[in-house]
Design a protein around this ligand. Structure first.
Ligand SMILES: *Cc1c(COP(=O)(O)O)cnc(C)c1O
Length: 378
């Protein structure tokens, strides 16, 4: 019979702990990495919110402390993106997916135009078709959405034109704000706050918070107030933008914790140089990874045209000859704490999401793993 000594128990315990707290490199597409600041401040707020002795989870949304959170979140949102006063910032529920219907419900009289750049665009199109005529001005579906269509023409007789600026699944991105002769509506779920945007070029910008902003549960909408009131149909109270504009996103109980957390991310972003600095860091991180994908003989980028490649969701696959090594690479990366790089089931391969909160060090760790795996395989 053998006995484990006290010292051995300590050693085993220590090894286990080290294993449990191994640094993770979080490349998930959403929900996804948030700044440590956001996590820490959220924990604080859950324990004792603004010195109230109550948790942010259990305080009235009408309390002056929470009203301040909502107001500050909207204020900082406007400040960081330079949003003019004729726009409102809303925090709603139901995700970007509910916006797919809420947008045509509120804005589509007769006809709307959509750019079809991916799975999310096509879901938005499907919802809009229930409210009127939808013209798809261009689509990249013919090539598994691996590019952004160019040289399309937006008809002038539409109520709005809808785009998805960052295609989270395919890994393409529209990185500039363009001029169109009709109200422009953009799903920016996965690239909001990743770069400066000229909000005046848009009538409405929306997205789920759970990619670059906060935990799941809040949906942000930036809306130009004067685009409303032009459709005749009855709109249920909760699905009417005007309801939420009139009440400052406090018509009913808002997603309080999600807004509280999002506010922490906005503070973090401001303390770290705002969207201009974020864009610089994002370009640098993406460049490091795309360079390695292009160099490494095992891999190839899912999006061939560098201009169309997303800075937020970097999609890549294994070259035909190395395809059988896909799972082995995932396991190899996992041993180094790299999580969330398995590609979306519709694209396969890999997807590394490099949102604002992802440190450069995580990208470098992934690049090193790709290099070491290449040596191991060849
Ligand atoms: C994640 C995502 C959505 C869906 O968001 P939900 O909040 O889950 O409804 C829509 N559009 C884009 C571009 C996304 O990345």
């Amino acid at each position: 019979m053998t006995y484990i000594t006290f010292l051995e128990i300590l050693t085993i315990n220590f090894t286990l702990q080290k294993f449990i707290i191994m640094k993770k490199h979080n490349f998930y597409a959403g929900p996804s990495i948030l700044p440590q600041y956001t996590i820490d401040k959220t924990i604080e707020g859950i324990k004792d919110f603004a010195g109230t002795g109550l948790s942010v989870l259990e305080i009235s949304h009408r309390s002056k402390e929470f009203v301040e959170v909502m107001e500050n979140a909207q204020k900082l949102f406007k400040e960081l993106l330079n949003i003019p006063d004729d726009y409102a910032v809303l925090f709603l529920q139901g995700g970007a997916s509910t916006q797919f219907a809420m947008i045509p419900f509120n804005l589509l009289n007769k006809k709307a135009a959509y750019l079809d750049t991916g799975a999310w665009s096509s879901k938005a199109i499907k919802e809009a078709q229930g409210f009127g005529e939808v013209e798809i001005v261009a689509s990249s579906k013919d090539n598994a959405y691996n590019y952004i269509p160019k040289n399309f023409e937006v008809p002038v007789d539409v109520d709005y034109f809808h785009i998805t600026t960052n295609n989270t699944i395919a890994g393409t991105e529209i990185k500039n704000d363009f001029d169109v002769p009709v109200p422009l509506v953009a799903d920016m779920s996965s690239d909001i706050f990743s770069r400066p945007i000229d909000v005046t070029k848009y009538a409405l910008i929306y997205g789920g918070a759970q990619k670059n902003l906060g935990p799941a549960g809040a949906t942000f909408v930036i809306i130009k107030k004067d685009i409303l009131g032009k459709v005749d149909r009855h709109i249920p109270t909760m699905l009417k933008y005007q309801t939420h504009i009139d009440k400052g996103s406090m018509f009913n109980t808002p997603p309080a914790l999600a807004v509280f957390s999002a506010l922490q991310t906005l503070k973090w972003l401001k303390n770290n140089g705002g969207v201009e600095a974020a864009q610089k860091r994002n370009i640098e991180k993406a460049q490091i990874l795309y360079d390695e994908i292009d160099r490494n003989k095992l891999f190839k980028a899912a999006v061939p045209n560098p201009d169309d490649r997303s800075l937020m969701n970097i999609t890549f696959v294994m070259n035909e000859a190395y395809k059988p090594h896909e799972q082995a690479f995932l396991d190899f990366a996992a041993q180094r704490g790299i999580v969330g790089i398995k590609g979306h089931r519709s694209v396969g391969g890999f997807r590394a999401s490099t949102y604002n909160a992802l440190p450069k060090e995580s990208v470098e760790t992934l690049v090193k793993a790709m290099q070491d795996f290449e040596k191991q395989v060849s």
